[in-house]
Design a protein around this ligand. Structure first.
Ligand code: 13P
Length: 256
């Protein structure tokens, strides 16, 4: 049985006071509920709030992730942040390959692979996002995109390192649009993803890797998505910015 993993991606939102209040609210609601023993929960604040949020969450069992990383360990890379730095401020996870980094910032498959390997080399865990654009889905290219993004994203990643990789299937047309994938669409893409993992590694890896769904996950659609055989959690954007919505999703994950 794969333990469910729900992560909140705060993206470029909130100010310091709002970030603190959100973290404190989550800690207050979740610490007593017992749900954190049944599943893994993380929040991914903007870089500048990581240290503060780590302090607010303390030993609550709500973990911290970063939204991005640079692949070099140190040096003259103005404006960039290394995996070592993220570990130093208390991160456990790093999101790589998010669709906004691929399609808004323009990151290539190759750069994403370098970042993912830097995360693993830095003793952190990676959340590798994959997912097709609406135009690609309409042309019947969903599987082709998943296949390419997985193979390139995981290039040179060894089997034993896959214990520190989570995949997030985030169809781009569902991100921030309110248009959620149906549970069947999510299940189909996740099962396909698991098949690729089996061909890249083996059955034991493909059965152990967690595959999150992301894209307009809300408290009222989370349970149906998380019930699917191959949906092992959620990567939540907008709804992770509200204590009640995010805890509602987490509780739906805890019940499945
Ligand atoms: P929304 O939940 O706002 O659609 O965002 C999903 C996402 O991109 C999480 O990484």
């Amino acid at each position: 049985m794969r333990k469910k993993f729900i992560a909140g991606n705060w993206k470029m939102n909130l100010d310091m006071a709002g970030a603190r209040a959100l973290a404190a609210g989550l800690k207050g609601k979740l610490s007593q509920s017992g749900v954190l023993e049944r599943l893994d929960v993380a929040v991914c604040p903007p870089f500048v709030y990581l240290t503060t949020i780590a302090q607010v969450l303390g030993d609550s069992n709500i973990r911290i992730g970063a939204q991005n990383v640079y692949f070099e360990p140190q040096g003259a890379f103005t404006g960039e942040i290394s995996a070592e730095m993220l570990k130093d401020v208390g991160c456990r996870y790093v999101i790589v390959g998010h669709s906004e980094r691929r399609h808004v910032i323009g990151e290539s498959d190759d750069l994403i692979n370098q970042k993912l390997r830097a995360v693993l080399a830095g003793d952190l865990e990676a959340i590798l996002c994959i997912g097709e654009l609406l135009s690609e889905r309409e042309k019947g290219k969903t599987e082709e995109v998943i296949d390419r993004q997985l193979r390139s994203g995981l290039a040179l990643v060894e089997k034993h390192e896959m214990a520190r990789v989570t995949i997030a299937y985030e169809p781009v047309w569902a991100i921030g649009t309110g248009k959620v994938a149906s549970p069947e669409q999510a299940q189909q893409a996740h099962a396909f993803t698991r098949g690729i993992l089996a061909s890249l590694y083996d059955d034991s890896v493909s059965q152990a890797v967690r595959i999150q769904y992301g894209g307009s996950v809300k408290p009222d659609n989370a349970a149906d998505l998380l019930k699917q055989t191959d949906v092992d959690g959620a990567l939540v954007g907008g709804a992770s910015l509200k204590v009640d919505d995010f805890t509602g999703i987490i509780k739906a994950g805890g019940a499945n």
